[in-house]
Design a protein around this ligand. Sequence first.
Ligand SMILES: [Zn+2]
Length: 232
Amino acid sequence: ETYFRARLALLMKPALDSMALRKKSISNLIRLGVNPILAANTQYMQRSTVSLVINLVGLQNAVYGILGFKNDKAGQEILHKVIETAVDIASKKSKDLGVNIIVTMTETDGSERFTTLDGEKYGKSSVQQITDNETYSQGIVFDIDTLSALTGKSAEITECNKISKTLNGSLFIQIAMQKGTQADKIKKIIEKGASITSSFKPVMQVSTCGNCGFKDEKLGDKCPACKSTYII
Ligand SMILES: [Zn+2]
């Protein structure tokens, strides 16, 4: 675990260096007016600066999957230690480079790319061993039943609050709903989520008619609007 964090530090430093360099070169291009999109639209230009963002994707997979800890008190302790290390390095590097650096656990489109890269490097079965559905963890996910049973004082929520306090960026909380969840149940869970978390995103797969775009709870094998059986 110490080795893991040392390695994280070792990998974060050059990554941040190169991010800062890239930011500088993009900023230079903009300043010199050679960025083609911006150069064509210079009428209402305003200059502002952005922070560098480190997103801890797959942190749970690493701690529970690779390091072999369980999702219990001891495992969560390690998770915190890793986040603290990341924030610590980010703040040191931030001073060195003179740019603001944020450490977050949020959602990303890039998770698939990571699993593909790791699959090529370590073998697909290694990736399958540490993931549920071949995507790496992004923030924290609750399913409806888990969240319904929680209160603001539950260990899971305390854990979320602790993580978001340690991060200097945000923590993404997702509420996963099964396909076809009833509307009143969705309403209840959204109210529940709002009362015990600071922010969350409800996620549910919704069937849509591929022919006319009809979307409804009642959509089964056949679209009631256009009779098409092409349901996606
Ligand atoms: Zn239809």
